[in-house]
Write a protein that binds this ligand. Structure first.
Ligand code: A2P
Length: 339
C-alpha cells in the first residue's frame, strides 16, 4: 500500500449507489489515500464530498485507472464490460456492482459473511451480487450450514432505489402528481409505480422468469457453491424508496427447529433478528433503511412440506445490497493482504 492508504476510484460516483459507496468508504474508515470520482461527461463541473472535502467529478476515460489500487464500479453493465477489464489490466482491482461478470466461472461473486474464502484477485475483477440475492444468502447461510437447504421459494418486494436515482425521482413525482391531480410522468418503469406494484424487474426470458428472478436463482447457487439447490423466485417492484423485503420459504435436508434458527441467526454476522409479531415487531423497510445489517423476522415452520421454514428478510438494498457489501469486499482484500 501507499504511505497512507490506497488510491481508490468510484465509477458512477454521482449515482444512488456510487454516492453511497463514497459515504460508506468514509463511514467505515477505509484507508483511502486519494479518491477519484468518476462519472459521465454529463457530470463534469459537479463536486462530491468525501471526508468533508469537495472533489470534482471527472469523466470516465480509458486512462482513468493509472496509479489506482482499487475501483468500485456502479455505473451499469455496459460501462463495466468496457472499463473494468481496462482497469484490471492496469493492476487496479475492480469490485463491480453490475451483473456483467457475476456468472463468469473465473470471477468470484462474494458476500463476505457467506463465501469469503472464494475471494481471489487473480482475474482482477470481483463481482458484487444482486441486491436481493445478497440479503437472502446472508440470512440463509447459517441455516444452510446447519441443515442444508434443498429448495428456496422467494418473493421479493423491491424498492425503487435499486433502479437508480431517476427511479427515486419518478416515484416522488408520481406521488406528488397523484396528490395534486396532475398528469403523471412515466419514463423509467413499464407501469405507474406510485400506489402500485408489478412483478416485472428486468426483461422476461424464454422460461417465463424475469432477469432479476434468474439472477437470484443462479447467483444463490454460485455463492453457496450448490448447483443442485432448487430456487424459484418472483421479484416484484413496490413503491418503497429504500429497503427490499423478501418472503422466503425453504426446505432443508435435515430437520431444524424454529428456536434453533432464531439462535443461529441471532449470532450470525451481519444479521439481526426482529421477531415478536404480536407486538408488531418484525423488520420493515422504513426502519431498516440506512442500516448495514440484514434483518429477519416472522420465522415459523412451514407445515406444507417436510422440514419447511418460512421467514421475512429485509435489508437496505443500496447499503448491504450494494455499497456496503462492495466496501466489505474491499475490507476482505485488505484483511487477507490481497491489495
Ligand atoms: P452521470 O450522473 O454522469 O450520468 P444511477 O444508477 O443512480 O442511475 O447512477 C448511474 C451512475 O452511472 C451515474 O453516476 C452515472 O453518471 C454513471 N454513468 C452512466 N453511464 C455512464 C458512462 N457511460 N460513463 C460513465 N459513467 C456513467
Amino acid at each position: 500500500m501507499g504511505d497512507n492508504g490506497y488510491n481508490v476510484a468510484v465509477v458512477g460516483a454521482t449515482g444512488a449507489v456510487g454516492n453511497l459507496m463514497i459515504q460508506v468508504l468514509e463511514e467505515r474508515a477505509f484507508p483511502v489515500k486519494e479518491i477519484k470520482l468518476l462519472a459521465s461527461a454529463r457530470s463534469l463541473g459537479r463536486t462530491l464530498v468525501f471526508r468533508g472535502k469537495a472533489f470534482p467529478v471527472q469523466e470516465l476515460k480509458e486512462d482513468s485507472f493509472e496509479g489506482l489500487h482499487l475501483a468500485l464500479f456502479s455505473a451499469g453493465g455496459s460501462v463495466s464490460r468496457k472499463f473494468a477489464p481496462l482497469a484490471a489490466a492496469r493492476g487496479c482491482i475492480v469490485i463491480d456492482n453490475s451483473s456483467a461478470f457475476r456468472m463468469e466461472p473465473a470471477i468470484p461473486l462474494i458476500v463476505p459473511e457467506v463465501n469469503a474464502d472464494a475471494v481471489t484477485v487473480e482475474p482482477g475483477i470481483i463481482a458484487n451480487p444482486n441486491c436481493s440475492t445478497i440479503q437472502m444468502v446472508v440470512a440463509l447461510k447459517p441455516i444452510h450450514d446447519a441443515a442444508r437447504i434443498k429448495r428456496i421459494v422467494v418473493t421479493t418486494f423491491q424498492a425503487v432505489s435499486g433502479t437508480g436515482k431517476r427511479a427515486i425521482e419518478e416515484l416522488r413525482q408520481q406521488v406528488t402528481s397523484t396528490v395534486r391531480g396532475e398528469a403523471m410522468v412515466r419514463e423509467v418503469y413499464p407501469h405507474q409505480i406510485a400506489f402500485n406494484c408489478f412483478p416485472h424487474i428486468g426483461a422476461f426470458l424464454e422460461n417465463g422468469f424475469s432477469e432479476e428472478e434468474m439472477k437470484m436463482v443462479n447467483e444463490t447457487r454460485k455463492i453457496f457453491g450448490a448447483p443442485e439447490m432448487a430456487v424459484c423466485a418472483t421479484t416484484v417492484r413496490v413503491p418503497v424508496y429504500y429497503g427490499h423485503s423478501e418472503s422466503v420459504n425453504i426446505e432443508t435436508a435435515r430437520p431444524i427447529s424454529v428456536e434453533e434458527v432464531r439462535e443461529l441467526l441471532a449470532r450470525a454476522p451481519g444479521v439481526q433478528v426482529v421477531d415478536d409479531p404480536p407486538k408488531g415487531r418484525y423488520p420493515i423497510p422504513i426502519e431498516v433503511a440506512g442500516k448495514d445489517d440484514t434483518f429477519v423476522g416472522r420465522i415459523r415452520k412451514d407445515p406444507s412440506v417436510r422440514n419447511g421454514l418460512a421467514m421475512w428478510v429485509v435489508a437496505d438494498n443500496i447499503r448491504k445490497g450494494a455499497a456496503t457489501n462492495a466496501v466489505q469486499i474491499a475490507e476482505l482484500l485488505l484483511a487477507r493482504g490481497l491489495i
